[in-house]
Design a protein around this ligand. Sequence first.
Ligand code: DON
Length: 302
Amino acid sequence: MKDLLNILVEKYRPLTLNGRVANYIPELSKMNPASLAIVVSDVASNTFSAGDYSMRFTLQSASKPFALALALMDNGADVVFDRIGMEPTGDSFNSLMKLETFTSLKPVNPLVNAGAIATTSLINGGSPEEKLDRLVALIRQLAPGCNIGFNRDVYLSEKQTGDRNRAIAYFLRDIKAISGAVEENLDLYFRQCSIEVDCITLATMAKTIAMDCDDANHPIPRQYRRIIRTFMFTCGMYNASGEFAINVGFPAKSGVSGAILGVVPKRYGLGVFGPALDHKGNSVAGVAMLAELSRELDLYLL
Ligand code: DON
């Protein structure tokens, strides 16, 4: 496995030249576009790493499945999906267009920004700090012993420049998809995006989501793990989710930092970092590495 991962990094690093680092959050533009790493963690807890696997990066949208896990555990599925839909979308990740045309007056799913902001609003806690602590505690349980940090510079950078998310959040309150203090809700959303990990941590988190056991000690109940994996499969790579499902074939969630968290149920958790992004906001070399890994190991679910 380790040899295969080394070959993938070597083969696809030149592809990073075809991508661009996200710059709409100014702090993210400082990342090195040539960075590339992949880590595989199997359910027996063997870990295989290649490339720049000790580099640290923010979760960005890869935090969304975990906010959803907490919202489900805090409220149950009926309450969550009364507020947020379950459908994939063909729109870009920060689109406002659909919001005004919803007949149901709720965001399409929990992984686009509108749905993620509504999901975050369903996390219990007395303050944004307490809610963030609960989310970080959940992530620590999923990746015990790993170093889960917080990147304050990225958080402040997004908070200062996140007007599109601000527009989405105020609109959501207007249509009653969220309630309460909009700025506090946004603050928590910006903070969850700035949780900082490395690829080993990302793969370990993914491996714990890949487990299908009905163990009462698992941090996320089995029925909610199923929901999260399904959303990752149908909506996790934004408007490239269909193509990714065909070419790679298992659930994944990307972030604009270049993170991809991949889940092969009952087998593997995958952590990828490659900040050079394609035009849909997914790691260009990361997606290529995962497609080849899937071909080599036959990881297609369908
Ligand atoms: O909402 C935002 O703009 C970011 N903090 C997270 C977006 C993101 O990672 C989208 N990913 N592909």
